[in-house]
Write a protein that binds this ligand. Structure first.
Ligand code: FEO
Ligand code: CA
Ligand code: CA
Ligand code: CA
Length: 608
């Protein structure tokens, strides 16, 4: 195993200050465009009227709390999704965007003003929420230096809580996934908690089901007979906890007392083909069931594909899947089922900087009948328990995991874990409020590592926090430049969440939780190799209350798409009295989660 190679410092943009106000901020010499906001129509130029919004309208409008963004190139002459994706077109494409969750108090007037103090869970509101979650596919094109949403494109589509989906892989059809509405256990309506995601080289999009537990209400003690085993399973996923969304009051499938198994049909990764607006999304049970942050793929010709995926919760694990079959860049059809057959592993980190991938395979180690695993389906449905039993390392909330296309090293975002009392390998700070980033090296050389191998080395790439913090658990650790340069007062950050690499291999980190450190979330860029390794610079700052998601470049690196999620989400802020109304600042509109397109004025690579 060798270290990571040189990258020159190609990030010459002028750093911005930490953000502290109601606006978003970009470096001098850059322009930002609000491309799409919650409620904007996907089919016409109608203005959004939130007071009269219906579920039917929301079903054809941009959803709430945009998160993952995938730019999928479009070209005129393509026979299939892989040809579109491989075209690398940076002027025209499909933006595929997750809508993670709804916030009714910021979406609806009077939501929290009921006389009895109870939340106003009106059936009409919940129906709108169901259509505001999920995913948007919309065609976009670059005209000069401005992006345009093609409002009447046949590609435009919403995926919501009511979209039919197929369940595939070893858990499909298992009795634990069978419900009154679907005795086959293979068909489910909708997807929930769509946080980050991923893209495949065969032109499909992966969307994660993360914080889905809050959609389900009910008493775990009601689970009896065969269903009694779901008590522990559901408790591990915060199902039936007090902070649920009350959806089950109006829709029985979200009440475990009425439908005890519906919750087993969520918590998966979902794959779909954005180039076919009628394609049916598939839930991939091979990748396990937990609070998936996202999944990113490493695909090399003639080798199995590797999919990295994290479970964003305190003391949970990170995983990789290795396909049974090989990736063939010249044979579209042969790639379509790659994510449906293979082996899932959980990571174990050792104190000496080594690590290993432990197989989650029924019949091996503790994954046997005696411990309540009676099939591979049981292992996948109760992935958290299985990973714990085989000795995977509990981590500080694994968010995005992604492999740098230049050096082929893999990076794990560990956002924070204030509950940590004792350390684990790779999780070195108790009460870790600032988060950190690990670097994973598989055997091989820079630019060519074998991700299918079951041994790896790890090291700490960055510790979040101020580099001189008096609190040792919040003291940051960053790189030092060739002339002794250290991170600036604006370059340090905390709580890393989403991650993207530009085509030169620079790492772009989006944060979720910097308010604890008295500035707003944003985006920081840094090389992962060379003299400026791990020396971040601040590129984008959020308006108050927001986190930043999705960073996604066009293939030419000249546009950066960003998702500003939950703007104005602060104490006491409501639809009727928000702390601000980003991005419209119009008294007739509430604050609206929005996607931005950022370009350098006059063109050029973002970051230069
Ligand atoms: Fe939805 Fe893990 O952030
Ligand atoms: Ca996230
Ligand atoms: Ca997060
Ligand atoms: Ca979020």
């Amino acid at each position: 195993l060798s270290g990571c190679s040189d990258q020159s410092n190609s990030l010459s943009f002028t750093e911005i200050p930490h953000s502290l106000d109601h606006q978003h901020h970009i470096p001098e010499g850059y322009q930002s465009q609000v491309l799409m906001s919650w409620g904007d129509s996907l089919s016409n130029e109608d203005t959004f009227a939130p007071a009269t919004l219906t579920a039917e309208q929301q079903a054809t409008r941009f959803g709430y709390n945009n998160d993952f963004i995938g730019f999928m190139p479009l070209q005129d002459k393509a026979d299939n999704s892989m040809q579109h994706a491989k075209s690398g077109n940076s002027q025209r494409g499909l933006l595929c965007i997750n809508h993670e969750y709804t916030q009714p108090h910021l979406m609806f007037s009077g939501y929290q003003n009921e006389e009895d103090g109870e939340l106003n869970t009106r059936k009409e509101h919940i129906a709108i929420e169901h259509q505001a979650c999920g995913h948007t596919i919309m065609e976009v094109a670059l005209d000069g230096d401005q992006w345009r949403v093609i409002k009447d494109s046949d590609y435009n589509r919403r995926i919501t809580v009511t979209t039919p989906m197929q369940i595939t892989g070893p858990a499909a059809g298992n009795p634990r996934l069978q419900t009154a509405a679907d005795p086959t256990g293979t068909e489910v309506y909708g997807t929930l908690g769509n946080c980050a995601g991923g893209k495949t080289p065969w032109g499909t999009v992966l969307i994660a089901e993360e914080g889905f537990g809050g959609a389900f209400m009910g008493d775990l003690n009601s689970l009896q007979g065969d269903d009694a085993k779901e008590r522990d399973n559901y408790e591990r996923l915060s199902i039936g906890s007090s902070d649920n969304r009350q959806w089950g009051k109006h829709e029985p499938r979200f009440n475990i007392e009425k439908e005890p198994r519906e919750a087993n049909r969520f918590g998966w990764m979902v794959e779909f083909n954005p180039y076919d607006p009628h394609s049916k999304p598939r839930k991939l049970t091979t990748l396990g069931r937990f609070e998936h942050e996202g999944t990113t793929i490493v695909a090399k010709p003639g080798q199995p594909i590797v999919a990295y995926t994290g479970d964003d919760d305190e003391f949970q694990f990170f995983y990789k899947f290795v396909s049974s079959n090989n990736y063939n860049p010249d044979d579209y059809e042969s790639n379509l089922g790659l994510l449906e057959e293979g082996t899932l592993y959980a990571a174990r980190l050792n104190e000496d900087g080594s690590g290993e991938w432990l197989p989650l395979v029924y019949g091996q180690s503790f994954l046997i009948d005696r411990f309540g695993f009676h099939s591979q389906a049981d292992v996948l449905i109760e992935c958290r328990r299985a990973a714990e039993m085989i000795g995977a390392t509990p981590m500080d909330r694994p968010e995005d995991i992604e492999t740098n296309p230049v050096n082929d090293c893999t990076y794990v975002m560990l956002t924070k874990n204030k509950k940590r009392k004792t350390t684990d390998p790779g999780n070195m700070r108790p009460k870790n409020t600032a988060g950190h980033i690990l670097e994973i090296l598989h055997p091989g050389k820079d630019g060519n590592r074998d991700h299918t191998q079951l041994k790896f080395n790890w090291n700490t790439f960055i510790l979040g926090g101020h580099p001189n913090s008096g609190n040792q658990n919040e003291r940051g650790f960053y790189g030092t430049g060739p002339k002794g340069e250290t991170v600036t007062e604006d370059g340090w950050f905390a709580t890393p969440d989403n991650l993207a690499f530009d085509k030169l291999g620079n790492m772009w980190v989006a944060t979720d939780g910097c308010e604890k450190f008295h500035f707003h979330d944003g985006l920081w860029a840094m090389p992962t190799s060379g003299p400026y390794r791990a020396l971040p610079k601040h590129f984008f700052g959020c308006p108050l209350g927001a986190e930043i998601c999705g960073p996604e470049f066009t293939p030419d690196g000249e546009t950066l798409f960003l998702a500003v999620q939950h703007p104005a989400d602060a104490d006491g802020s409501t639809f009727d009295n928000p702390v601000h109304r980003w991005p419209d600042f119009d008294d007739s509109l509430p604050p609206r989660p929005s996607v931005l397109a950022i370009r350098k004025k006059g063109g050029g690579r973002v970051g230069s």
